[in-house]
Design a protein around this ligand. Structure first.
Ligand SMILES: Cc1ncc(COP(=O)(O)O)c(C=O)c1O
Length: 485
C-alpha cells in the first residue's frame, strides 16, 4: 500500500503552530513576498511527528540491524561522535573567522593529520577531499603534477587492476588520463606478467585497492609496487579498505606513494544516505609540495609554555584548492573522536575483529554459496549468488529476498570479475549472534532458491516498495510519490 504524503494528510484550517499574541502593530506582508501558489500542508504537530516517525521506520540503518554492504564498511557510529561534533565551540565557529579565534578547530585538524600519518606512515596529509572518490581525483592530480614538474610529459596512463573499485577508472579519466586495465590472476592477485607488459615510459602510475574488492590482500604486493616504480610510475593506494589494516600494516611502509582514507567508512561517520564523507589523502615525502592548499600547520612556534599558533600553509607547488574552506569539518570531528576513543591498540583490535568476522561468515557460508577466490579473506569476501541446479536464480533475487527478512542485502554485481557477485562485509561491530542470524537467513534463502524459487523471484513481498524496474528507476526517478500537481 502506498504511504500517504504529508499533503494528503492536510486538512483545511488545521495547524501545528500557535503564534503568541502580537505585541507590535500588525502590518501587511509585502505582496511580492507571499507565495500564495505554494500548497503548504495544514497539519497538526502530532500528525507531523507521526508521519515522519513512520517514514523513518520504513528505512533501514545500521542502528536497526547488520548492514553487510561490501566495500561500504557500514560499522556502528558511536554516539559520542555526534556529541563532540555538536559541541558549541565547533558548530558556532565559521571558516572565515580569524585563525586566532579558531585555534581549537585548527589543533583538532592538525592532530588528525598527525594521527592519520601515524596510522598510514605517510609524510603529510590533506584533509580537504570531500569523499573517497574526491581523494582519488586529488591523488591523480598530484601524480600528474609530479611528472609534469620533472618535465616527464609522456606519462599519461594509469594502470588499474580489474579488481579495483569503479571510482578508480572514473577519477583517472576525469583528469584526462588513459586507463589501462590489468587482469587478476587465478588467486585474485594482480597478474604480474600482465602488469609488467603494461608498464613503460608512458605509465603515470598504478591505482591499487589493497585489500582489493575481492576482500583479498595481494600476496605479491611488494613485486607489484616494485614493477611500477622500476617503470618510473607512482603507486596510488585506494585506502578505502583500511578497516582491515589499521595498526597491522602501514601502506607507506609497503612503498605506496599516496593514498586516500575514507574517514566515513574506517573512522565511523554515518554515510548510509550518501554523505557527507571525507577523503583525506596522505603522500610520501617526494609529493608533499604538490598537496592541495592549504594544509594545517604550526605557523608560529610557541614561546616558553604557550601553545604554538596553528594556521594554514601553502605547499610550494600546490595543485590548488580541492574544496571550499577546510573540507567537511563535522566529519573530521567525528573521525578525530573515534581515533581518540580507540587509541592505537583499539584501532588494531577493530581491524582484527573486522577480519575475524568476515572469515567467520566465509567459513559458515562457503559450503552453501560458491566462493570463487576461496582463501583467507580480509574484512570482506565475495560469493556467487547462483547455483547450477537453481536455474533462473540471480544474486538480485537473493538480495531482494533478504529484504523480506528485514536484512540489508550485501553489495551485488560488484566486483565485475565475479559472476552474480554478493560482496559481504560484516565489520567488527557485529556480534557472533548477529552474524549467526545473518548466516541462518542466507542458508534458508539458498534452500528456498531450490524448493520455491518464485519466493525469491517475486521478492520483496513485505516491503512498502516491491520489485522495481531498476533501469527505469535509475533513468526515470520519481521522488514525489503521490504528488499529482
Ligand atoms: C574500495 C573503494 N574505493 C573508493 C570508494 C569511493 O569512496 P566514496 O564513496 O567515499 O567516494 C569506495 C566506496 O565505498 C570503495 O569501497
Amino acid at each position: 500500500m502506498r504511504e500517504p504524503t504529508i499533503f494528503e494528510l492536510s486538512s483545511n484550517g488545521r495547524t501545528g503552530v500557535i503564534f503568541p499574541e502580537a505585541d507590535v502593530p500588525l502590518a501587511e506582508l509585502p505582496e511580492k513576498m507571499l507565495r500564495r501558489d505554494l500548497p503548504l500542508p495544514e497539519i497538526s504537530e502530532i500528525d507531523v511527528v507521526r508521519h515522519f516517525t513512520h517514514l523513518s521506520h520504513l528505512n533501514y540503518s545500521i542502528d536497526e540491524n547488520i548492514y553487510p554492504l561490501g566495500s561500504c564498511t557500514m560499522k556502528y557510529n558511536p554516539r559520542i561522535n555526534e556529541e563532540t561534533a555538536r559541541m558549541p565551540g565547533f558548530i558556532f565557529s565559521h571558516p572565515m573567522q580569524a585563525i586566532e579565534t579558531v585555534q581549537g578547530n585548527l589543533v583538532l585538524m592538525y592532530q588528525l593529520q598527525e594521527w592519520l600519518k601515524a596510522i598510514s606512515g605517510f609524510h603529510a596529509i590533506t584533509l580537504q577531499p570531500a569523499a573517497g572518490a574526491h581523494g582519488e581525483f586529488t591523488g591523480v592530480l598530484i601524480i600528474r603534477a609530479y611528472h609534469r614538474d620533472r618535465n616527464d610529459l609522456k606519462r599519461t596512463k594509469i594502470l588499474i587492476p580489474d579488481s579495483a573499485h569503479g571510482t578508480n577508472p572514473a577519477s583517472s579519466s576525469m583528469i584526462g588520463m588513459e586507463v589501462l586495465t590489468v587482469p587478476s590472476d587465478a588467486r585474485g592477485n594482480v597478474d604480474l606478467a600482465a602488469l609488467k607488459k603494461s608498464c613503460d615510459e608512458t605509465t603515470a602510475g598504478l591505482m591499487l585497492t589493497n585489500p582489493n574488492t575481492l576482500g583479498l590482500f595481494d600476496e605479491n604486493i611488494q613485486q607489484v609496487i616494485d614493477i611500477v616504480h622500476q617503470a618510473g610510475g607512482l603507486v596510488y593506494g585506494d585506502g578505502a579498505n583500511l578497516n582491515a589494516l589499521m595498526g597491522i600494516i602501514r601502506p607507506a611502509d609497503m612503498g605506496i606513494d599516496l593514498m586516500h582514507f575514507n574517514l566515513h567508512k574506517t573512522f565511523s561517520t554515518p554515510h548510509g544516505g550518501g554523505g557527507p564523507g571525507s577523503g583525506p589523502v596522505g603522500v610520501s615525502e617526494a609529493l608533499v609540495d604538490f598537496l592541495p592548499e592549504p594544509v594545517v600547520g604550526v605557523i608560529e612556534e610557541a614561546e616558553e609554555d604557550l601553545p604554538p599558533l596553528y594556521g594554514f600553509i601553502k605547499p610550494a607547488k600546490t595543485i590548488g584548492r580541492m574544496k571550499s574552506f577546510q573540507g567537511h569539518f563535522g566529519v573530521l570531528v567525528r573521525a578525530f573522536t573515534y581515533i581518540m576513543m580507540h587509541g592505537a591498540a583499539g584501532l588494531r583490535n577493530a581491524s582484527e575483529m573486522a577480519v575475524l568476522n568476515a572469515n567467520y561468515l566465509l567459513a559458515r557460508l562457503r559450503n552453501t554459496y560458491k566462493v570463487p577466490y576461496d582463501r583467507i579473506c580480509m574484512h570482506e569476501f565475495v560469493a556467487e549468488g547462483r547455483w547450477p541446479d537453481a536455474e533462473g536464480i540471480h544474486a538480485l533475487d537473493i538480495a531482494k529476498r533478504l529484504i523480506d527478512y528485514n536484512l540489508h542485502p550485501p553489495t551485488n554485481y560488484f566486483p565485475l570479475i565475479v559472476p552474480e557477485a554478493l560482496m559481504i562485509e560484516p565489520t567488527e561491530t557485529e556480534s557472533k549472534q548477529s552474524l549467526d542470524a545473518f548466516v541462518d537467513i542466507m542458508i534458508k534463502i539458498a534452500g528456498e532458491a531450490h524448493s520455491s524459487p518464485e519466493l525469491l523471484k517475486n521478492a520483496p513481498h513485505h516491503a512498502p516498495v516491491k520489485r522495481l524496474d531498476e533501469v527505469k528507476a535509475a533513468r526515470d526517478l520519481t521522488l514525489c510519490c503521490g504528488r499529482t500537481e
